[in-house]
Design a protein around this ligand. Structure first.
Ligand SMILES: [Zn+2]
Length: 306
C-alpha cells in the first residue's frame, strides 16, 4: 500500500472513531429561523461592551477571533506559512477556546490551526468535512486527534446558542467536494447586531443561500467571501446582506490580485464602509448589541489589486 493511501485510511478510521464518540456540547438546536438584525445599528465613536470581533491581519488568509460573555470563538486560523494567530490570541489573554472553526480545508484558513490546538484548550472544532490531501490538512487533522476537542461537521439550518449570542449555520447543506463552496458560512447575532462570516463561499454557494435565506441574510457586518475575489460577493448577495460594514481579508500584492475592482465597485453600490486587513491591519469591531464601533491599527484606503 502506498504511504499516502495508508495515511488516508488511518485518518479515515480516526475520523470515524471521533465522530462516533462525540456528543454535542453546544446548546440545543433552536427553531430553524434565521434572525433578522436591526438595520439601524450605527457606528459610534467609543468602544462598546458586549461582543468584540477581531479580524486578525494574517496576510493572504483569514482569521477572526470573537469574544463575548465568557466565550472565545475562532473562525479560521491564518495561512500555513504565517505565525500570527497564537501570538495574537495570547496578547488578548485567551486561555481557552470554546469553538474553533475551519471554514474549509484550504491552507490559508486552517494554516495555523494545529498551533492553536497545541497551545490552547479547545472544546470543539468545526470543519465542513471534505478530505484534502495536503500536509497542512493532515497536520491539522493530527492536532485535532491529539487534542481533547469534540469534532463536528455542521450543516445549514443548524442553530446554536452560546450565552446571549446565536450562531446560525447558513452553508453548506451537503458537501459538493468544491472546497470554497462548501465553506461553513456562519451568522453570529448578538441582540440587534450580526456578523456574517462567509469563508471562501463563491457564486454557487451565494446562489443557494439567496434561495434559502433571502432577506434573512441581512447582517450588520460582512466578512466578504474569498478575500474579495470576483468569484464571490455577487450583486444580489450583497444587496440582501446589506452590511453597514464590510471587511476584506487579504495580503498586499497577493498573486490573485485580490481584492478585485469589480467587487469594490459592487460594495460601493450597496453603500457599505469597507475595511481590509491589508490596508487597516488588525480590525476590531465592538458592539453592545445595538451599535458598533470599529477600531483599526492604521488608516489607509482600500485599493483594488487588479
Ligand atoms: Zn481563502
Amino acid at each position: 500500500m502506498k504511504p499516502i493511501v495508508r495515511k488516508l485510511l488511518i485518518n479515515l478510521i480516526i475520523i470515524i472513531v471521533v465522530l462516533v464518540g462525540i456528543d454535542k456540547w453546544l446548546a440545543s438546536e433552536a427553531d430553524k429561523e434565521v434572525l433578522n438584525d436591526d438595520a439601524s445599528a450605527k457606528q459610534v465613536e467609543n468602544q462598546l461592551e458586549g461582543m468584540s470581533v477581531h479580524f486578525i491581519d494574517v496576510g493572504q488568509a483569514d482569521s477572526a477571533y470573537i469574544e463575548f460573555d465568557d466565550y472565545n470563538v475562532l473562525i479560521d486560523a491564518g495561512d500555513w506559512s504565517g505565525d500570527e494567530v497564537v501570538p495574537y490570541l495570547k496578547e488578548q489573554e485567551v486561555e481557552s477556546l470554546d469553538l474553533v472553526i475551519g471554514s474549509h480545508e484550504h491552507a490559508d484558513h486552517i494554516g495555523q490551526m494545529d498551533k492553536v490546538l497545541e497551545e490552547f484548550e479547545v472544546k470543539e472544532v468545526w470543519m465542513p468535512g471534505n478530505e484534502h490531501a495536503t500536509k497542512t490538512y493532515y497536520r491539522v487533522l493530527d492536532a485535532i486527534m491529539n487534542s481533547e476537542a469534540n469534532y463536528e461537521e455542521p450543516r445549514a439550518g443548524e442553530i446554536y446558542e452560546m450565552g446571549d449570542v446565536v450562531l446560525e449555520v447558513l452553508n453548506p447543506y451537503e458537501l459538493t467536494g468544491d472546497y470554497n463552496n462548501d465553506s461553513i458560512v456562519l451568522k453570529v447575532t448578538y441582540d440587534d447586531v450580526s456578523f456574517l462570516f462567509t469563508g471562501d463561499a463563491e457564486i454557487q454557494a451565494e446562489k443557494e443561500m439567496i434561495n434559502e435565506w433571502n432577506e434573512k441574510l441581512s447582517s450588520t457586518v460582512l466578512k466578504a467571501g474569498h478575500h474579495g475575489s470576483e468569484t464571490s460577493s455577487t450583486k444580489k448577495f450583497l444587496e440582501l446582506v446589506d452590511p453597514s460594514v464590510t471587511v476584506l481579508s487579504y495580503g498586499i500584492g497577493n498573486d490573485y490580485k485580490h481584492p478585485h475592482s469589480v467587487v469594490l465597485d459592487r460594495l460601493e453600490q450597496v453603500n457599505t464602509d469597507v475595511y481590509s486587513t491589508a490596508s487597516h491591519g488588525n480590525i476590531i469591531i465592538t458592539t453592545d448589541g445595538k451599535n458598533i464601533h470599529v477600531e483599526t491599527e492604521r488608516e489607509r484606503k482600500v485599493i483594488p489589486g487588479d
